[in-house]
Design a protein around this ligand. Structure first.
Ligand SMILES: Cc1ncc(COP(=O)(O)O)c(C=O)c1O
Length: 510
């Protein structure tokens, strides 16, 4: 686990809890206390994971059989993100259907006539370059040296609207017949998709309405407005905003542009995969792709697995927004009962039907990472290229690091997609604070301290020689105060640390 875990201890004098933000630990604790039966429990130690059979066979990309008539729609199972537990970097494998093709109608709920070959040829013919750049593929020299792996960054954060999203939006919109386009387009989004649609509409000279939740920060809706789109702030939650957009599309004859679940959107995102294959000359071990609804990874996999099937396509999700990992694990789409919003670009409760169908067939699996690890990768990227990524934009880099370390990869070429840079400025403070926790340079701890003479002295004695970098005291009751503090971890030798750790343990580590 990416967490220094202090077990509960005995004394009531000082109860201390690691607050280093690990979704898995927090949620498993919640599970323990709630007594709810887990749907899956897949905690794997490293040695155990290594004995699992390796999926070495190359995925077979067969033309899809025609979809059967649509079955009566079953409601999606609701699951908690914490029902899937594994170590950061462990590959939640995609156990593909045996025959390499899709088995039955439960996987093909969407009327798709596109075969794998159709995806490939459409990607090759895509018009995204009217609006997007061929982004550079750059070697990250510092992290490469540190990990012992050649880490290539596919810089989608350098696109005109600072994310890859304009590729899919433009590809779909450029295919809409002229008369239809004149009636305008509409989408619902709180972020990067909105900007992609707005810029594409500007290029194509059509009218665009962008529905955004009322909670959208002003900086975001203003940048959409600056691109010439009409912004409508509607709905507290994304579902309400989407319902409004779909209704208005029907009423006004506008075309609804979905953020990920449409073949033309997937094809547009697939051009990223085409560029990677063209740009790198040496063999690639794996491409790490951030996953929200799955449009980006489905598009990349549709191209790369067709032309270089030996390259692993690995999705990366936050522990608390793991809809694709859980859907692959269950062999069908599931709905998260809640979703963590830190990496807001990928905070999706349900992956798409078409994206899931493609991922189920093509990708190798998904790795999960913590919020602290994402922050550490934002810092790495800043040190490497002086660029600031948004959390979803740094997700793939965090996943690549966790995977390479977990499996002890050395000397290989791996690609991490830096997918976006639309960072809320006021989030930066939190990111810098958590970055050192992600690197395990600091631990954030919370403790209750008795409100009595000598408590602080006692606390200092317990902490001993370890550097405290932050200390916050809050009066909580006449009996005890809540204290939050950060401790440098590299200031102690490991033996010294363990000695101190055990001292803390004797004072009721929570
Ligand atoms: C920056 C960023 N990265 C990754 C994603 C995930 O893309 P997808 O929803 O296609 O999986 C998004 C989605 O909006 C995004 O904005």
């Amino acid at each position: 686990m990416e967490v220094v875990h202090f077990a509960p201890a005995q004394s009531h004098l000082l109860r201390t809890r690691f607050a280093g933000n690990d979704a898995v630990n927090a949620s498993s604790a919640a599970f323990r206390s709630s007594g709810v039966k887990k749907l899956i429990y897949a905690r794997l130690s490293k040695p155990a994971a290594e004995t699992l059979p390796c999926v070495e066979q190359l995925p077979r990309v067969l033309p899809l059989t025609p979809p059967p008539p649509p079955a009566a729609e079953k409601p999606l199972s609701r699951v908690s993100p914490s029902s899937l537990q594994c170590e950061s970097g462990y590959l939640v494998r995609n156990e593909r259907p045996d025959n390499g093709a899709l088995k039955n109608g439960t996987l093909i709920a969407m009327e798709s006539k596109l075969s794998a070959m159709d995806y490939l040829t459409n990607i090759l013919a895509s018009k995204v370059y009217d609006v997007a750049y061929e982004s550079p593929l750059q070697l990250a020299t510092k992290v490469s040296g540190r990990w012992g792996v050649n880490v290539w960054l596919k810089r989608e954060d350098l696109q005109p609207v600072f994310s890859f999203k304009l590729r899919g939006a433009y590809n779909m919109m450029a295919k809409i017949p002229k008369e239809q386009l004149q009636r305008g387009v509409i989408c619902s989004s709180a972020g990067n998709h909105a900007q992609g649609v707005a810029l594409s509409a500007k290029r194509l000279g059509c009218n665009a309405v962008i529905a955004m939740p009322v909670t959208t920060p002003e900086i975001k809706w203003r940048s959409v407005e600056r691109l010439g789109a009409t912004v409508v702030l509607v709905g507290d939650a994304y579902d309400e905003t989407q319902a409004y957009a779909k209704k208005r599309a029907e009423e006004e004859g506008r075309t609804f542009i979905p953020p990920f679940d449409h073949p033309d959107v997937i094809i547009g995102q697939g051009t990223v995969g085409m560029e990677i294959v063209r740009q790198i000359k040496s063999p690639i071990e794996a491409i790490f792709v951030p996953v929200g609804g799955g449009g980006l990874i489905a598009g990349i996999a549709a191209y790369v697995k067709r032309v270089s099937p030996e390259v692993k396509i690995i999705g990366v999700e936050p522990f608390d927004a793991n809809a694709m990992a859980l859907s692959l694990h269950h062999g069908q789409r599931v709905m998260l009962d809640h979703v963590g919003g830190f990496a807001d670009g990928v905070a999706v409760k349900v992956v798409g039907e078409e994206t899931f169908r493609l991922c189920r067939e093509l990708i190798d699996g998904v790795v999960l990472v913590s919020r602290d690890a994402i922050c550490a990768s934002i810092k790495d990227m800043f040190e490497e290229k002086r660029s600031i990524l948004e959390p979803a934009g740094a997700l793939a880099l965090a996943g690549a690091e966790a995977y390479c370390k977990y499996y002890g990869l050395k000397g290989a070429n791996v690609v991490a997609l830096t997918s976006g840079a639309n960072m809320n400025f006021d989030r930066l403070r939190m990111v810098t604070e958590l970055a050192d926790v992600g690197r395990r340079r600091e631990a954030v701890l919370a403790t209750y301290m008795p409100e009595e003479l000598g408590s602080f002295k006692k606390f200092c004695e317990l902490v001993g020689p370890m550097n405290i970098t932050e200390f916050k005291y809050r009066y909580s009751s006449a009996k005890e105060a809540l204290v939050l503090y950060r401790q440098e971890m590299y200031s102690c030798t490991s033996t010294g640390f363990h000695k101190e750790q055990s001292t803390l343990l004797s004072f009721n580590v929570l």
